[in-house]
Design a protein around this ligand. Sequence first.
Ligand code: PLP
Length: 393
Amino acid sequence: MSKRKPSPSTELIHHPYQPPTGFVAPQPGVFKASTVIFSNVAALQARDWKQKAGYTYGLHGTPTTFLLEERIATLEGGAHTLLVPSGLAAIALVDMALLQRGDEVLIPDNAYGPGKELARQELAHWGITHRFYDPSDPGKLAAMVGPATRLVWLEAAGSITMEFPDLGALARAARDKGVLTALDNTWGAGLAFNAFDLGVDISAHALTKFPSGGGDVLMGSVTTRDHDLHLRLKGTHMRMGWGVGGNDVESVLRALPSLALRYAAQDAAGRTLALWWQQQAQVSRVLHPALPGSPGHDHWHALCSQAAGLFSVVFDERHERARVHAFVDALKLFKLGYSWAGPVSLVVPYDLAVIRPGTAWRGTLVRFSLGLEDVRDLQDDLEQALRAAFGTD
Ligand SMILES: Cc1ncc(COP(=O)(O)O)c(C=O)c1O
């Protein structure tokens, strides 16, 4: 090699300085990389992607992603976690890893809509069938499990209509027939109940919601207690290339210390406003699992003391949809948009006939997700919007 000094561009990339080791701070360091550098060929060839003891490629893990995986596993009472780019990707990962042509998956009829659509479209194209079941009746679920059933999805509370099922009985109904269960645990966030203690095999979680808390990150996780099941999921995760970036992981890591505080605050605000709605003449139903009389309240009460800051109201059918939409449009602090658990309170109207065909409930449903604003200001906002749309009705 020539004696020529390397040019600055090379020196800046291959700089010899290494900061002293031993830096300790409450905040974890953030690693971002695609390439992982090996010291020699033997080390490269010896590295096993299945082991968390080492690294192969950024897609399959960095110190930063491993850190968040371990924290989510702890949060959920599981042992092994995989990170994926969204909550919906977490659902897709479970489906793709566990189902093949000829298999059947059973999905609650009140489950998160895009997960159902995944079954109707992609799974159907791949020769995987699905049926929707009524989660309020574990006996019916047990009767539906057939020889082709390989996976039963669970969700608590149900998406949008907020029914709380007897999770333990549903998990048992599947387990007794040797079928795996996967729970969409986004609502409980690992705080309201422990899914694994109920016998659930897999927890899928939209970290986009409570763990991120900022409304600025999309991420999901898939957690198990069973190591072999984790490796099945991890194999598919690796082959599909569903990794996440260090900056996004850092955002979630930063938000985790305040998770329980935010969950409790949003729960308190949600219950305050759900109770307030019960006094309003315009609505015929308030759907919040912590409210006596709400579907599945007894199951919620037996299992949980906490609830997500999320509820729905059904406007009485005498009010035409346009007037309910005028109410939603009149809201100022509640913003119109999908998702929940961020700092900004959100609202979305739904057509019950579309989201729950066959339901006996009539009228327009509006879902509220509580942010972190002062609940008195949120109530003022609801009051002014009701006045604007309904007058003194
Ligand atoms: C219950 C539930 N599961 C999963 C998801 C999907 O999460 P993501 O938006 O990260 O795909 C959502 C999103 O609204 C959800 O409400």
